[in-house]
Every structure is written in structure tokens, then in C-alpha cells.
Design a protein around this ligand. Structure first.
Ligand SMILES: Cc1ncc(COP(=O)(O)O)c(C=O)c1O
Length: 447
């Protein structure tokens, strides 16, 4: 399948426009050895061939897709400058663009005021949120579900915060009774609710977790690295919608523009409801912050140098595709969820498979029916390979028995976990491609 070459011409036009901003400078055009560049680039392209085809709708494996063309082009355009959003000295325009883009993400959750910034990704964004929590609740534990992203336990260890793992219910959501029992022990200062778990796209019961705050004083952080943008979708189930409607009531939120926001990697976002938490970031720098008395992004973020290009790409994407309910971007998310429901229904009708849960967002997980859990896992692994041989790229996920039992995929539980197939149908085109995906899946299963 050819890549999009047409939009490349637009980059040349935009570059000429960018040049206009520096026209008064004396001529200075570094010369490049075009032959050497060409050879190296061709060699680079050849190395890159050894990748899964993330750009193609037959890739439904991990949460991977190429950025939107506008993000790709805006990122590339800014590479002629390479802004650094640590300080206004390094990225004056791109820092302003970052502030505007982050404010638009905050408004998506109803926040008119906030403190927030972009960062390397979901892990760094969650690190900052947990670090601020630690400063506000010293010595107290972090609680997150057993389906929360694996980095939460690691981040808690890094921050020397005790960690409490809360079990999940049969549909992969944090068990609120178990959370209540943990809170009653009196040691937990922060609860992480995951709004869209990585493995199954489950949404923790936010209204019930928020209700617990009336009895226990904890900070509530939402990890919506994967799921956050679904607040704009118009086809969520009622329970999922209720959870999304309450995201704005928490203390901090993480959303990854580099997952569902159509951005190149290196673009996470952390938001705090109370701008006063900025006090924890206070530090002195010997050589930046002289160019303006305005707040520099480095004064409210843990990292120092950061790619201004990430902000430029995000800003351009939001100009083209604003975060509005019913807009083009929102319709793309709804299409992905529609594709997930189509896949789920088809799997339900197929006696070879047992989908574990009705998808809340755009991830579908299913087991291969077999006499025992061990055999089901082995069949899932074989089917994963057989699909890949037909250019249909799925993922595998290891899920606990509690999330699989109600689908009854096996007669005998000889193991407490099940390897399941997993599809992230996150491209809007997946809805149209679903019939083809199902044909290939079926052929692979027959083989
Ligand atoms: C819910 C959730 N949180 C955090 C992360 C980590 O994000 P990153 O890979 O951007 O560091 C992920 C990654 O998939 C995720 O799904």
C-alpha cells in the first residue's frame, strides 16, 4: 500500500512561509551533500521496512498508528528550527502553542483553569501526578487496580510510596468494595482510577470512587492516557458515559495525545485542577528564564529539555480538528468504538470464540474456546501467528480468570490466567475494514 506522498509538497510551501519570518537576516544557507544525504536516507528507509504496517487498517494489534498528516508535517516543519519548550529562550512560539493546546485538552474535561503541560508520554505524565500527590500526602500509599498500567507500581516504588493493588471485577474495572476496604485501613493518600485500561479498555467506576471521597480524604488521579479523548465520543454505553462525565471532578488527569490524539510519539499531557500545585516545581536555573518574566514551561514541569515540535504538531492538529463533540475528530473516535462493537458481535456469533467483555471503548479481547485454560492460551498464540501470516496483525493479552469466567471459554481452569487475543480498532477506517478483518480471522482460525 503506498504511503501518502501528496502532502509532502505542502511542506515546501509551509517552509517558505516560515522563512519569511527570518527574511531580514543575512543570507546563510548551509549546503548539504545531496548524494550522501540521498544514500543515507534510502538506507534508512530500507531499515524501516522491518516494521509492522501500523498505518494499514489490517494492523489492529497494539495502540499504534501513524500521526495525522497535519501533525507529521507540522512536526517536520518545526525541525528546521528544533524548538525546545523548556524555556521561552528555546521555544517562544512553540511554548505559546503548547499552552493553547493543553488548555484545549483541559477544556475537554470542563476545566477552565488548570496547571498542565506536555511531556514525554503517559509514564512521565503519571510520574508527575503521583509526585505531586506524594508532596501533598507524604508517607501515604497509592492504590490502583490490578489492570492499571504496570508503570504505576514502578512509579510508586521510584517515589518511595507504598503501593496497594486493588482487584478488578468480572469486567476488568476496579472493585469498589475492595477499594473501600483498603481506604478503611487509613494508609492510602492517592487513588489512581484508569479510564480505559491498556489491556481491555475497561473504565473504572469513577462515580462510585468519587463517592468514597465523602468518607475518605484521598487525592484522585485519573489515568486516561489511552481513553481520555473518548469523552468526546457519542456512542459510549450509559455506564461508561457516566464515568467520563465525572472526569472533571478529579484532582489530576493524564491524557496521551500520542495515543488517540493522532500525534507522533513523545507527546503525553498532565493536568492538575489546582494551579497552586505549581509550587512543588519551583527551582532555580542558572542560564535560562532570562528572556521573559512570563512563566516558562520548564518552571512547571519535571523534565528540562522537551521537543517544541510535539507542541507544534499538536497545536496544528487541534486547529484542523478541534476537540468538539460531534466534530470530525470526535466522529473518528466513535467510528473506532463502532468497529469494536461490530467485532464483538461477530465474535459472539462465532462458536470458536468467547469475547470476554463488551468493549467500553475500542479494544476487544477474546478467548479461543478450548477444554482447558492452558489449551485455550496455546490456541490463542497459534491463531495470533496464523493471522499475522495473513497480514492481519492482532495482539495478545494475559488476563486473570476473574475477567474470563463469565464468558465460559474453557471447561477446566488448570491455570489462573488466560492468554487472549486483543484488537485495538482505533482507526476510523476500521469500521469499513471489519468485514475483511473477520474473513482473515476466520480463515486463520480454520487453518
Ligand atoms: C492507561 C495507560 N497508562 C499509561 C500508559 C503509559 O504510557 P506511555 O507508553 O506513553 O508512557 C499506557 C500505555 O499504553 C496506558 O495505556
Amino acid at each position: 500500500m503506498p504511503f501518502d506522498h501528496v502532502t509532502l509538497a505542502l511542506l515546501g510551501e509551509a517552509l517558505r512561509s516560515l522563512e519569511g519570518g527570518f527574511a531580514r537576516l543575512p543570507e546563510h544557507a548551509p549546503r548539504a551533500d545531496l548524494d550522501a544525504l540521498s544514500r543515507t536516507l534510502t538506507e534508512t528507509a530500507q531499515r524501516l521496512r522491518d516494521n509492522y504496517p501500523y498505518h494499514h487498517p489490517l494492523y489492529v494489534g497494539q495502540m499504534l498508528q501513524p500521526p495525522h498528516p497535519v501533525a507529521r508535517l507540522a512536526y517536520a516543519l518545526s525541525m528546521w528550527l528544533n524548538p525546545n519548550n523548556h524555556a521561552l529562550d528555546g521555544g517562544r512560539a512553540s511554548s505559546a502553542m503548547e499552552k493553547e493546546a493543553v488548555a484545549q485538552i483541559a477544556r475537554m474535561f470542563g476545566w477552565q483553569t488548570h496547571l498542565g503541560h506536555l511531556c514525554g508520554g503517559g509514564t512521565v505524565a503519571n510520574l508527575e501526578a503521583l509526585w505531586v500527590s506524594r508532596e501533598l500526602r507524604p508517607g501515604r500509599a497509592v492504590a490502583a487496580s490490578s489492570q492499571a498500567h504496570y508503570t504505576h507500581a514502578r512509579l510508586a516504588a521510584l517515589l518511595a510510596m507504598p503501593f496497594r493493588e486493588i482487584p478488578v471485577d468480572s469486567i476488568g474495572r476496579m472493585d469498589v468494595d475492595a477499594l473501600e476496604a483498603t481506604l478503611a485501613e487509613g494508609e492510602t493518600g492517592t487513588v489512581v482510577a484508569t479510564v480505559g485500561t491498556t489491556a481491555a479498555g475497561a473504565v473504572d467506576p469513577l462515580p462510585e470512587i468519587l463517592a468514597l471521597r465523602e468518607r475518605f480524604a484521598f487525592r484522585l488521579h485519573v489515568d486516561a492516557a489511552y481513553g481520555g479523548y473518548f469523552v468526546l465520543a457519542d456512542n459510549l454505553g450509559p455506564r461508561t458515559r457516566r464515568a467520563f462525565d465525572r472526569v472533571g471532578d478529579v484532582d489530576s488527569i493524564v491524557v496521551d495525545p500520542h495515543k488517540h490524539g493522532l500525534q507522533p510519539y513523545g507527546c503525553g499531557c498532565v493536568l492538575f485542577r489546582d494551579p497552586a500545585v505549581g509550587q512543588f516545581y519551583k527551582h532555580d536555573s542558572q542560564c535560562t528564564y532570562f528572556s521573559s518574566s512570563e512563566l516558562h514551561l520548564g518552571e512547571i514541569s519535571l523534565e528540562c529539555s522537551r521537543p517544541g515540535a510535539a507542541a507544534v504538531a499538536l497545536w496544528a492538529t487541534l486547529r484542523l480538528l478541534p476537540l468538539t463533540a460531534g466534530g470530525e475528530f470526535a466522529r473518528g473516535l466513535s467510528a473506532g468504538r463502532g468497529a469494536a462493537l461490530m467485532l464483538y458481535e461477530a465474535l459472539r456469533q462465532d462458536e470458536r470464540f468467547a469475547p470476554l467483555l463488551e468493549p467500553e471503548l475500542d479494544i476487544v479481547v477474546w478467548a479461543v474456546r478450548a477444554p482447558s485454560a492452558g489449551e485455550s492460551s496455546a490456541r490463542a498464540r497459534r491463531l495470533f501467528e496464523a493471522c499475522a501470516a495473513r497480514d492481519l496483525h492482532l495482539a495478545l493479552a494475559r488476563l486473570p480468570r476473574v475477567m474470563a469466567e463469565s464468558a465460559a471459554p474453557v471447561e477446566r481452569w488448570d491455570e489462573d490466567e488466560l492468554v487472549c487475543l486483543r484488537a485495538c480498532v482505533m482507526k476510523p477506517e476500521h469500521r469499513d475494514w471489519m468485514p475483511e478483518i473477520l474473513v482473515r480471522l476466520s480463515e486463520a482460525a480454520n487453518a
